[in-house]
Design a protein around this ligand. Structure first.
Ligand SMILES: [Zn+2]
Length: 311
């Protein structure tokens, strides 16, 4: 007679699960859905809307991380080896993604969403050569303008996804039309949220809001981190204090992905409150867990910080 100790069974099961995870995607718990690799969350959220839940969208940049200081992990390389398409912004924001297909062994093309867009100039200190987002060719924050997303980014997503998933291209095209309509409605909604603002100039943590400001008649009068990942010099800070005084700026905007030391220095010096703006959002970031909510959140924060209802 053979008695089986419960612990032996549990150990056996554990070993089986371990083998399943390291095996070639053959474990019963393995996620066998096709994969798309995307550099940043806001774009990944749009991609997920287009391809539906039968496709796994892997976001390379984790929530709270800055693209300026990010490094890809070995686990991510393993996760992305089955990817059918890769999407990045380009313009110096997320060049680390350009190496992923080869490094992960994936045989899939990369779509650079900023290709063909005339990028605005990045804010720079005159004496410095280095660029904000590591040697880019202009300001890469195009996803924060919903109209640029509708007219420039969305067609590239549709093209790249239809090539990666030819049997889903009709579905993707249909969802893209709905998404374009939603982006038009979001644009209207943001205009309504920002409408009462009289104070239109603001100081941002970094140059993420240039396209948003241009679209909605705001002025990004200064940025604290001209080079994300690098603290501003005392000369830069003195210049920002002048900008804030000249424009009667009522608050300073911080960002979750960049340090707050310089933000606090300015807010303390001028006795100004700080409010959060978030260019990336992500799962677990309350009120910013999708592209549309992220944009609404930032519009509302601008109104809170700049004092929309006075006068
Ligand atoms: Zn940025």
């Amino acid at each position: 007679m053979q008695l089986r100790h419960p612990a032996v069974g549990a150990l056996g099961l554990g070993l089986l699960l371990t083998l399943g995870c390291t095996g070639a995607d053959s474990g019963s718990n393995a996620d066998l859905r096709p994969v798309v690799g995307v550099s940043i969350f806001p774009v990944a959220d749009l991609v997920q809307t287009l391809v539906g839940e039968e496709v796994r969208v892997e976001v390379a940049l984790p929530p709270g991380a800055s693209p300026a200081t990010f490094n890809v992990t070995p686990q991510q390389l393993r996760d992305l080896r089955r990817a059918s398409a890769f999407f990045m912004i380009g313009g110096g924001l997320d060049e680390w993604l350009a190496d992923l297909p080869e490094a992960s062994g994936a045989d899939a093309p990369i779509v650079r969403l900023s290709d063909g867009i005339q990028l605005l100039a990045e804010e720079e200190s005159p004496e410095e050569e280095a660029h904000g987002h590591s040697g880019g060719s202009g300001n890469p924050h195009i996803w924060l303008d919903p109209i640029l997303v509708r007219d420039e980014i969305l067609p590239k997503l549709v093209e790249g996804l239809s090539a990666g998933f030819p049997n889903k291209s009709n579905e993707i095209g249909h969802r893209a039309q709905l998404l374009a309509d939603s982006l038009s409605a979001l644009d209207e909604e943001i205009r309504t949220i920002l409408e009462p603002l009289e104070q239109r100039a603001f100081i941002a943590t970094h140059s993420a809001w240039t396209y948003f400001a241009a679209r909605y008649g705001l002025e990004e009068a200064g940025v604290i981190h001209a080079h994300p990942g690098q603290e501003p010099s005392s000369r830069d800070l003195a210049g920002l204090l002048d900008v804030a005084r000249d424009h009667g700026i009522p608050c300073v905007f911080s960002e979750p992905q960049l340090g707050e030391v310089a933000v606090r220095a300015i807010s303390t010096e001028l006795s100004l409150p700080t409010f959060l703006l978030d260019p990336l959002g992500g799962p677990g970031e309350e009120g910013r867990e999708g592209y549309f909510d992220l944009l609404r959140f930032n519009a509302a924060q601008l109104v809170k910080g700049l004092g929309g209802t006075r006068g």
